[in-house]
Design a protein around this ligand. Structure first.
Ligand code: PEP
Ligand code: MG
Length: 598
């Protein structure tokens, strides 16, 4: 990379969300807002404005042809068809005539007239009874943005058309943005907003690209084409780096690769403490294709498959057949290893276009996770049928998200029984004893974990949400990241109680939240008796290395010590001392990032 000669080096500190170092050029993704010129034109400008509009529509059509070809090559015919729909919308005479009328009669600029004309149509679609038509609203917004940017002579961005790999810089990335990333085109991502456990950050870890969130408004100084370094280990973005800085980071990048390769040797070794306690170490996956590589990372199965991917990447609901094919594919890859499939957990920051959730003031406290199964019971049933059918082919377990009361589990089990009965009648094979687990991620569920465990076969602690709901801190709010602490004594006590209550009911207790991937926490969690760690694939070698270097008895002692601590600071001080003594050689791991965070 060439250093910038004219600009001074700028360093911006954020929250490290996915490890690794990337050096490359920036692509700034601008947000969703569309700005138009609301000034009036003069009558002599009418013809020129209409010509501008028509040219922009033609340019958009050329884009769509190119996009369709690329989408067909990369994703197949079905996904490419979306661009045919866009083309039809572009050609819609009602919209075009309305825009022209507004230019002529109201003397609106071309961009404003088109904006108003499409918006009218959009609000009609948004209120129609027809679910298919309602789902077309977001397509119209895409079209509107494309045409308006052409009118304004601004570049129109599409991931599908990206030629060279880039570092994506944005105010915020939604999970839908992230699922559209092409692995080979994204070197790293850096965002102004977001916390370590926001879903977009989790997806960046899945994609194994370095990522930093919560960089704040300082990031706005970056422009497309700027050269930057993203240090996902420590949370630094360095813009316009000097030759000397580039050399330092090139060296660190090589060292990080060596460190990762060094940890690679433990891939086939068991996750067992030195004194022989066996720990289940499995992987969290977001995308079906990740199942192919988690064995190479050293995982024993999938501890959390977030099925939302299937629902977020398309405009229509995935059919039972399509879901079945996806689940069966993963089950087949995993062979005799377990795979925990979590049923749909949308709402909060994950909003599917295929299910209409009414706008809410507090989406994280709203219709999220299994709360959606009541109004959309058919969506739930279809997913259960697909999962049950896949269960005939391997070691499937079912996990329910966002449990707050025991009645919710009973409701889900009743639906499950109905679906099983249907399959029996149709003589369709499935696993009769499919294990059912509850995610413990809401404080009420943690407090009654014994009652919930009595209804389940296993519990999985979802710390990402458990921390946000217990401490009343939005997991995506970078300004409150200092409060969002797994090491808050309240959280540690809750985790201890959940494990104890689960064990009292003789069910095993795992953890699928990001705390399980945090090397600072590994010893405490072993000491508290956690049976299973389900971690981001990228963290598996490191967590396994830590498990293999410690004794269960010393972990028990450490857990006892930290549970007596009164504050986050005290807990962290104890942990850092131990980790520095025992794991100093794991130089480039997240321990360093964690240590550098505050
Ligand atoms: C959690 O909340 O810890 C969890 C694993 O679920 P998600 O991150 O998908 O909300
Ligand atoms: Mg959760």
């Amino acid at each position: 990379m060439e250093p910038s000669s004219s600009n001074k080096e700028i360093r911006i500190k954020g929250i490290p969300a996915s490890p690794g170092i990337a050096i490359g050029s920036v692509l700034v993704l601008s947000g969703d807002s569309i700005k138009v010129d609301s000034n009036s034109i003069t009558p002599d400008q009418i013809d020129a404005q209409i010509a501008k509009l028509m040219q922009a529509i033609e340019k958009s059509k050329i884009d769509l042809i190119e996009l369709r070809e690329k989408a067909e090559q990369s994703f197949g015919e079905t996904d490419a068809q979306i661009f045919d729909t866009h083309n039809l919308m572009l050609d819609d005479d009602l919209i075009i005539q309305e825009a022209i009328k507004r230019i002529r009669e109201r003397l609106e600029t071309a961009d404003n007239a088109y904006f108003q004309a499409v918006s009218q149509f959009e609000s009609y679609l948004a209120h129609t009874e027809d679910e298919y038509l309602r789902a077309r609203t977001s397509d119209l917004v895409d079209i509107k943005r494309r045409v308006i940017r052409h009118i304004q002579g601004k570049p129109v961005f599409s991931f599908a058309l990206l030629e060279n790999p880039v570092i994506v810089v944005a105010q915020e990335l939604t999970p839908s943005d992230t699922v559209n990333f092409k692995r080979d085109k994204i070197l790293a991502s850096a965002t102004e907003l977001g916390g370590r456990t926001s879903h977009a950050a989790i997806m960046s870890r899945s994609l194994k690209v370095p990522s930093i969130v919560g960089l704040g408004s300082a990031l706005q100084a970056l422009e497309t084409g700027d050269q930057v370094i993203v240090d996902g280990n420590k949370g630094w973005v360095i813009a316009h780096p000097s030759l000397q800085t580039i050399a330092i980071y090139e060296k660190q990048r090589r060292e990080f690769a060596v460190y990762q390769a060094k940890l690679g040797h433990i891939r086939d070794l068991p996750a067992k403490t030195r004194d022989g306690k066996k720990i289940e170490l499995s992987a969290n996956i977001e995308f079906p294709e990740e199942a192919q590589t988690i064995g190479e990372d050293g995982a024993n199965g999938v501890g959390l498959y977030r099925t939302e991917y299937l629902f977020l990447t398309r405009k229509e609901l995935p059919s039972e057949e399509e879901q079945y094919r996806e689940y069966a594919r993963i089950v087949q890859i995993m062979g005799d290893q377990p795979i925990i499939i979590r049923t749909l957990d949308v709402g909060g920051d994950k909003l599917p276009t295929s299910i209409k959730i009414a706008p809410e003031d507090n989406p994280f406290l709203g219709v999220r996770g299994l709360r959606l199964y009541l109004p959309f019971v058919d969506v739930f049933k279809t997913q259960l049928r697909a999962i049950l059918r896949a269960s005939a082919k391997g070691q499937v377990r079912l996990l329910l998200p966002m449990i707050t009361t025991v009645s919710e589990i009973k409701f889900c089990k009743e639906i499950l029984a109905e679906v099983k009965e249907d399959l029996r009648r149709g003589q369709i094979p499935f696993e009769e004893n499919l294990p059912v687990g509850a995610t413990i991620e809401v404080p009420s569920a943690a407090i009654i974990a014994d009652i919930i465990a009595a209804e389940c076969d296993f519990l999985s602690i979802g710390t990402n949400d458990l921390i946000q709901y217990t401490l009343a801190v939005d997991r995506g709010n970078e300004n409150l990241a200092y409060l969002y602490q797994a090491y808050n004594p309240a959280i540690l006590r809750l985790i201890r109680e959940v494990i104890e209550k689960g064990h009292q009911q003789t069910v095993w207790v795992g953890m699928c939240g990001e705390m399980a991937s945090d090397p600072l926490a590994t010893m405490i969690l072993i000491g508290l008796g956690l049976d299973e760690f389900s971690v981001s694939p990228i963290s598996i070698p490191l967590i396994k290395e830590i498990i293999r270097r410690v004794d269960y008895t010393e972990c028990e002692g450490l857990a006892e010590t930290v549970l007596k601590c009164q504050s986050v600071e005290e807990v962290k001080a104890v942990l850092r001392t131990i980790l520095k003594q025992k794991f100093e050689d794991l130089l480039y791991c997240q321990i360093i990032a964690e240590t550098n965070q505050d």
